[in-house]
Design a protein around this ligand. Structure first.
Ligand code: GLU
Length: 339
C-alpha cells in the first residue's frame, strides 16, 4: 500500500463545501511542494511514445463545482489521457443505454487483476467485469453507435471534449506508437468477441479505443472533466449538461471500486475518493458535490498509478475534506451545552 505521511496535516471533515478560495490555493501549493522531490517510480515504456515523458513533470489543478479554479506546476503540459478516458466513456455509454444494459454487458466489479489481464476474461466466461480494465473499456467503446470507425470516433472525441469543455485533439505519435504495440489489446478484444460478448468487429473496437487513449489532455482538463462528474454531469466551466446525475453517480461508484488498478481498495481506504489513473501519469480524484483534482506526474508505481499524484491526492483529500468516508459526530454536545 502507498503510505503517505500525513501526521502533520489536520484531517478536515467533509462539509459539502470546499474551504475558502485562498485556503484551497495554499493547500494545492503545499501539496506540490511536499511531493515535488519524490523520485520514486518509473515512467511507463510499454507504449514507446510514453517513455519520452519528462519524469520531473508535476502539475495539480483543482476545479470546484462552482467553477473556481486553482493550479500549480505543470498543469499545461499535454499528455495522452490513456485509461482515464475509460471512466468518461462509461459515463457516456451509461447515459446512452442506461445502467442495467452496462451492468449486463460489461459489469461493475473489480477483477483484482492487472488492467490488461486475459485471465480475468477467461475466468469469467468472457464477461469483462468492469469498464476500467482494458477488456471492459474496449467493450464499452464497442457500444458507441455509428456506421463506421470514423462516425464512432467522432462521438467519442466530442463526448470526451464536452467533459473537458474544449475540443480535445489526438496525438498521432502516441496513436501510432500504441497501434504498433497493442497486440495484447487486440487479443483481449478478440477473446471477448469469441464469447459472443461484443457486437462489432473487435479490430474496429480496438482502433477507436486506441484513438480514445491517444487524446491529449492536461491536469487542468482532468480537473474540469472530474468536476463535471462531481457536479451531477454538468460541466461547471461551460455550463453544458454532459451526462445525467444518474450516469455521473454510477460512474463515480465504478471509479471508487475499480479506478486505481490493483490499488483500488487501498486507494479507497487511504484517500476515500472516486478516482481514475492512467499509465501516462494522470490521476483524476473526485469529491462528489464539491469538485475534482487533476494530477499529473509520469513516474508510476508497479500498478500504473502516478506516485507523486497519489501522495498529493492523499494530502489534498485529507486537508480539504475530500474523503467520502470521513465524518464527525453531530454537534449535539455543543447545542446541549448552550442550553
Ligand atoms: N491505452 C493503454 C492500454 O490499453 C491504457 C492503459 C492505461 O492507462 O491503463 O494499454
Amino acid at each position: 500500500m502507498i503510505q503517505t505521511d500525513l501526521s502533520d496535516v489536520p484531517q478536515r471533515v467533509s462539509t459539502g463545501d470546499l474551504p475558502s478560495l485562498s485556503r484551497v490555493g495554499r493547500l494545492i501549493t503545499d501539496a506540490h511542494e511536499r511531493y515535488a522531490s519524490n523520485d520514486d517510480g518509473i515512467v511507463a515504456d510499454y507504449i514507446p511514445a510514453l517513455a519520452e515523458a519528462d519524469p520531473s513533470w508535476f502539475g495539480i489543478s483543482l476545479v470546484g463545482v462552482n467553477g473556481s479554479r486553482h493550479a500549480v506546476g505543470d498543469v499545461d503540459v499535454a499528455f495522452s489521457i490513456q485509461s482515464i478516458s475509460k471512466a468518461f466513456m462509461f459515463a457516456l455509454m451509461c447515459e446512452r443505454y442506461g445502467r442495467e444494459e452496462l451492468v449486463a454487458r460489461i459489469g461493475v466489479n473489480n477483477t483484482g487483476l492487472p488492467f490488461d489481464s486475459v485471465m480475468a476474461v477467461e475466468l469469467n466466461d468472457g464477461r469483462p467485469l468492469n469498464p476500467m480494465v482494458n477488456a471492459g473499456a474496449i467493450g464499452t467503446t464497442a457500444l458507441v453507435p455509428g456506421e463506421n470507425i470514423d462516425e464512432r470516433w467522432t462521438i467519442v472525441r466530442e463526448g470526451l471534449s464536452a467533459f473537458a469543455g474544449r475540443p480535445l485533439e489526438m496525438s498521432e505519435e502516441v496513436y501510432e506508437s500504441e497501434t504498433r504495440t497493442n497486440d495484447r489489446n487486440r487479443a483481449i478484444a478478440r477473446l471477448v468477441y469469441s464469447y459472443g460478448r461484443m457486437a462489432v468487429d473487435p479490430a474496429e473496437a480496438v482502433e477507436v479505443y486506441t484513438r480514445q487513449c491517444s487524446l491529449m489532455v492536461t491536469a487542468d482538463d482532468l480537473a474540469v472533466m472530474g468536476a463535471t462528474l462531481a457536479d451531477g454531469g454538468v460541466n461547471p466551466i461551460t455550463g453544458q449538461r454532459v451526462v445525467s446525475n444518474e450516469a455521473s453517480s454510477d460512474t463515480l461508484a465504478v471509479m471508487a471500486s475499480c479506478g486505481m488498478y490493483e490499488r483500488s481498495g487501498e486507494w479507497l481506504f487511504e484517500i476515500g475518493t472516486p478516482a481514475k489513473s492512467g499509465v501516462s501519469g494522470g490521476i483524476v480524484s473526485i469529491a462528489p458535490g464539491k469538485g475534482a483534482t487533476g494530477l499529473f506526474s509520469p513516474r508510476l508505481d508497479f500498478a500504473g498509478n502516478s506516485v507523486r499524484g497519489q501522495h498529493a491526492a492523499a494530502y489534498i483529500s485529507c486537508a480539504l475534506g475530500f474523503n467520502m468516508f470521513a465524518s464527525s459526530p453531530h454537534a449535539r454536545e455543543k447545542s446541549s451545552l448552550a442550553h
